[in-house]
Ligand binder design. Structure first.
Ligand SMILES: Cc1ncc(COP(=O)(O)O)c(C=O)c1O
Length: 391
């Protein structure tokens, strides 16, 4: 059948060659985004139809700088339910996703050459944003409980960071969650040494087993935490909608940026539609659904890895988020494996991309978010064949 929309055809042809799309016959564990079956077209069609009827055209106007008040009210109520801690709409700033929020924070809070502390390993595309701002990233060691406070204290003896960037819950790429005592120690160190924590909490609501400790957003009142949230992982990345939770002085600083002076609040149209999904409880229901699906996928990937690669790889089964982080024997090189992977119709992200210093070559990040259980098991079979060839 010919595609009735030539623009759609050329758009998808373009997407096929970008980093974030895989060829149809490849099982690409590198894709860290929801599978097409989890993108809620019907939900958003209802929300859009509801919001666009009537005569309130305000979502088509330049937006309120902090973000539409009704949307922030609905978001604060949603977060209060799910964080088990009160969230006030006045502490929320609406952004076009966590990435845009991080970029804006770098613009406002850093100068080229400043030091940013990052976890080792960390989210590889945050490293790209820091590079755009000409920042120097200094890695801080982590273990099974997240960032190691003693390693942070050592680094603080040598550097005065502008920011510390952390992914405290179900980390990308390691899946690790920062323990409660360490959350408290981290905030205490930020207060003592007067630096800002940027807590990227985009996976916090995606728990499939034990709930993580309260988000770092709950420490926003200290003035040392800017917490990022997003609808990308709990609703749809194409919405480009997220938020910052922070103390009033930080919200003011974001609101007063030149970007907002010129363009108004970020994403008023989409937030007007997502507001309906929040108010009607559709976002809550969708969150319950994706948690169940992702939980099953996480278990399926764990089982397939144990069955097919148990001797070779070590990993901790994640309790939430999107990722398994595999450690291979030291002689394996993730980038070399990556170059051969296409021939095996499988994909993943090599570990060194998540290191501020190019370490972790023998690690791989696998995401279970994009594929169903059978595809995940098939993909592990292909990975096993690739590793056997390189063993
Ligand atoms: C840790 C982390 N932060 C941010 C993002 C991107 O978030 P957004 O789509 O809201 O910009 C991702 C997506 O993979 C992520 O893993």
């Amino acid at each position: 059948m010919t595609n009735p929309n030539p623009l759609a055809a050329s758009a998808s042809a373009h997407l096929a060659v970008t980093q974030s799309e895989a060829a149809p016959d490849v099982i690409d564990f590198g894709l860290g985004h929801p599978g097409p079956d989890l993108l809620p077209l019907g939900l958003l069609a209802h929300a859009a139809a509801t919001r666009l009827q009537g005569d309130d055209s305000s979502l088509l106007q330049y937006g309120h700088e902090q973000g539409d008040g009704y949307f922030r009210q609905a978001l604060a109520a949603f977060l209060t339910r799910h964080y088990a801690a009160p969230v006030d709409m006045d502490e929320l700033f609406v952004a076009g996703g966590a990435s845009q929020a991080l970029d804006l924070i770098c613009t406002l809070y850093t100068q080229p050459g400043d030091v940013v502390f990052v976890e080792e390993p960390t989210y590889f595309l945050a490293l790209r944003i820091f590079a755009d701002h000409r920042l120097r990233t200094v890695p801080i060691a982590t273990d099974g409980d997240g960032l190691i406070p003693a390693a942070l204290a050592d680094a603080l003896a040598q550097h005065r960071p502008s920011l510390l960037y952390t992914i405290p819950s179900f980390q990308n790429p390691s899946g690790v969650t920062l323990s409660l005592p360490r959350r408290q120690q981290l905030v205490a160190l930020a207060q003592e040494h007067n630096f800002l924590i940027v807590a990227d909490e985009v996976y916090h609501l995606l728990s499939y087993g034990a709930a993580p400790p309260p988000p770092l957003a709950t420490y926003a009142a200290t003035g040392h935490v800017l917490a990022l949230g997003s609808f990308s992982k709990i609703l749809a990345p194409g919405l480009r909608l997220g938020w910052v939770q922070a103390a009033p002085q930080h919200i003011q600083r974001l609101v007063n940026s030149g970007l907002l002076d010129s363009g108004g609040g970020l994403n008023p149209f989409t937030s007007g539609i997502v507001r309906v999904a929040l108010e009607e409880g559709w976002q809550d229901a969708h969150l319950t659904h994706v948690r169940q699906v992702y939980g099953r996928r996480a278990n399926a990937l764990t089982a397939a890895l144990r069955a097919q690669l148990g001797e070779l790889v070590s990993f901790t089964a994640p309790d939430g988020g999107y990722f398994h982080w595999l450690t291979l024997p030291e002689q394996y090189d993730g980038e070399a494996l990556f170059r051969q992977a296409a021939a095996y119709k499988v994909g993943f992200r090599p570990g060194a991309r998540f290191s501020a210093t190019g370490q972790l070559q023998h690690c791989l990040r696998l995401s279970f978010a994009h594929y169903d259980e059978a595809q995940l098991a098939e993909g592990v079979g292909r990975l096993a064949a690739l590793l056997a060839k390189n063993g």
